[in-house]
Design a protein. Structure first.
Length: 116
């Protein structure tokens, strides 16, 4: 799978409509914790077959789009991870706590290994 890069509020809205389970990563280029945690997130993208991953680099958004995304995802600090199901935020992880992100993904993620 791919981590889709979101650059506009319209792209985010479309992505939310097109995918059931989504993990949205939001970060800043000058943020050291963001630079450390993102490569770890990229390694997870292929593990869960039912979760779509996207990233938003907040540095490259215009002010109106940045405000819209911050409000929509209830962002306060970076890095930030939002787990969304059918457009509803299930959980937010603020900060570089990748272990918490993994534990949330393990609860709802399907690795495709198990048969029911």
């Amino acid at each position: 799978m791919v981590v889709h890069e979101i650059k506009t509020s319209r792209e985010l809205d479309r992505f939310l409509k097109e995918h059931e389970f989504i993990l949205v990563y939001c970060g800043l280029t000058h943020c050291a914790p963001c630079r450390v945690v993102y490569p770890k997130l990229e390694k997870l993208k292929d593990k869960y077959v039912n979760i779509s991953f996207c990233k938003i680099n907040m540095d490259f958004l215009d002010d109106e789009c940045e405000s819209y995304i911050k409000e929509k995802l209830k962002l306060t600090k970076f890095p930030s991870f939002s787990l969304i199901n059918n457009g509803i935020i299930l959980d937010n992880v603020i900060g570089p706590n990748i272990d918490k992100v993994i534990s949330i993904l393990d609860c709802i993620g399907d690795t495709g290994d198990e048969e029911f």
